[in-house]
Design a protein around this ligand. Sequence first.
Ligand code: 3PG
Length: 392
Amino acid sequence: TDLCAQGKVAGQRVFIRADLNVPQDDTGRITEDTRIRASVPCIRAALDAGAAVMVTSHLGRPTEGQFKPEDSLAPVAARLGELLGREVPLVSDWVDGVQVAPGQVVLLENCRLNKGEKKNDEALARKLAALTDIYVNDAFGTAHRAEATTYGIAQFAKVASAGPLLAAEIDAITKALAQPQRPLVAIVAGSKVSTKLTILKSLAEKVDQLIVGGGIANTFMLAAGLKIGKSLAEPDLIDQAKAVIDAMRARGAAVPIPVDVVTAKAFAADAAATIKDATDVADDDLILDIGPKTAELLAAQLREAGTIVWNGPVGVFEFDAFANGTQTIAHAIADSKAFSIAGGGDTLAAIAKYGIEDKIGYISTGGGAFLEILEGKTLPAFEILAKRAAGG
Ligand code: 3PG
């Protein structure tokens, strides 16, 4: 960080809030470690500068005060240790004090296990601030959350500053969207329908094409009067999906609705895949991917785009039989001359699976934070740092 470069952290207790919330399989093995790798430069800079370094992150959404083994950052500590080339001890019950010497780093157990973390409890935030001389927030992925380790501590710490990842992410995304090369095409897909629909509404005011996929596309298919069998969808949100379609149409822009889909009778890797026209979905069908005609239509639009914003796979790409849509989209983005920005855990996994990392203009470590910044919202964790920098 700047602070490190200025040599202001030697001998100081530096508390780094990172976003190490990475996906794991059932055995606790980390399946995608981009966020951990992206957090290393800040941690290494603080260590190299001679600070006593405490790092924390949340992992998942645990119940406060109720430790379960799957909530532990232990696998993250091991991976971080490999990347730093040194052991990273994991410290539990750390709110009342942390033992760490200059030149050492410790990982503080899942901060969302602390009572008051989620609701940004002031007493907790003051305790956290007392642990440190310098607070550094490098957790872009959690910058849309005002929690004790992302907001309250920044209010009360003696010094509070943005880490290099947080600063670079906000900079890149803000610059890219201020004056996008048009057409601006957004892909918003995945299963978190209710959380993303609000964001879709906002994007509908800005983008030239709004490509929907996954559970979101199913709800839009319902809005277009199509049947989706027993596919994942939120019928309560049909009217809002209609409003998005109408808002896009009113601007002469479009939400392409799938013309064909890949269906199965069960959600399983070995389920038989059947390609159907979007008008032929049966009552017992599950839509698990967009069909090949739809994928080609969307790929053609992506190749013509000036700027592409990608969040979410358009099908269940973890299962090979339902991966064609996401693979086609991924390659179209890679082949496009457009400046592309991608973000979200599943999106990063798809980018890795298809080996197109080098063909994406900017890969964000944020999921919800990425979408909120695209929406033009100020992220609270960044806002408080800006306030502190301005002397507030
Ligand atoms: C994310 O994965 O988007 C961030 O780590 C934030 O997690 P949250 O949605 O549980 O706050």
